[in-house]
Write a protein of this length. Sequence first.
Length: 268
Amino acid sequence: MTIHWYPGHMAKTKRELEQGLKAVDGVLCLLDCRLPHSSYNPELAKLSQRKPMVFVLAKADLADPAITPLWQDKLSALSISLLDNRERKKLLAHLRQRLSQEARRRYNRPWRLMVVGIPNVGKSTLINLLAGRRSAQVGNRPGITRTQQWVNAGKDIQLLDTPGILWPRLSDREVALRLAAAGCIKDDVLPLEDVATWLLEFLAHWYPDCLGERYNSPAASLQDVGRRMGLMLPGDQVNTGKAAEVLLKDFRSGKLGRITLDRQEVES
Ligand SMILES: Nc1nc2c(ncn2[C@@H]2O[C@H](COP(=O)(O)OP(=O)(O)OP(=O)(O)O)[C@@H](O)[C@H]2O)c(=O)[nH]1
Ligand SMILES: [Mg+2]
C-alpha cells in the first residue's frame, strides 16, 4: 500500500507520472477530503503542463461535513464517498461539467484522463467505481509498466487504467504529521507515538468532545487513552505504543467521528 520515498523510487514514480500525463487530455486529481491541502502536491501542476485539472475529494464520509463545503468551493471540487456506488452518476456529471468549463479543445473521441493522487487516497477504488467493474486492483502495489490501456467511464470519458502516484510532501513537518495520522504515509516514516500525540493535541483543540465520547475521558495523553482501553504492561505501566496504534486506528476508521485535519488553510 504505502511506500518509502527514497530518491531512486521518487525519480521512477515521477517518470511514470510524466509518461502517463503525455497520453491524456486532462488530470483527475484525487485528494483526501480530510486533508485536501496536505494531500496535494504542487509539483503536479508543473508536470501536467497546464492540462485541465479536475479535483475530487474522496473519503467525504470520514471528513467533517461542516468544513467540506469550504474545500469544495475553494477547489471547485466534488466531495464523495467512493465506497457508495450511487455516487457514480454524480461523479460523471462533475467531470463533464468541469471538463466543458476547463477544456480549450474538444475532441471527436472520448476525453482521456489520468487519475492522480498520493498513495492510499482511493485511486483504484475510483477507477473501479467509474468503470462499473473491478478493473483496477484496490490496495494494489504499483506494478511493472504495461502498455497503456483505457477504461471506459461513460461514453465520453476514458481513464488510463494505471493511476499516477503523487509523492507526498514530507518536507513540511505539519503536513507529514497530518498525512501520517490519516494513514497516507507508511507508519514507520514518523514515530507512531509522535503522530498520535500530535493527533491528540489537534483533537483536543478542534474536536474536544470526540475523545470523551470514545474513551470516557478527555484523554489528554496517550497514558489516558491506554489506561481507558486497558492497554497495560506489567508494573502498572501503560503500553503507550499500543495506545498510539489504537488511537490512530480509531481515527482512520471514523470511530472518533467525522474529522477534517486541514482546517486553517480553508477557514482563514
Ligand atoms: N471510507 C472510505 N474509504 C475509502 C474511500 N475510497 C477508498 N477508500 C479505501 O481506501 C483504501 C485505499 O483505496 P485504494 O483505491 O486502494 O487507494 P489507491 O489510491 O489506489 O492506493 P495505492 O494503489 O496504494 O496508491 C481502501 O481500503 C479503500 O476501500 C472512501 O471514499 N471512503
Ligand atoms: Mg491503487
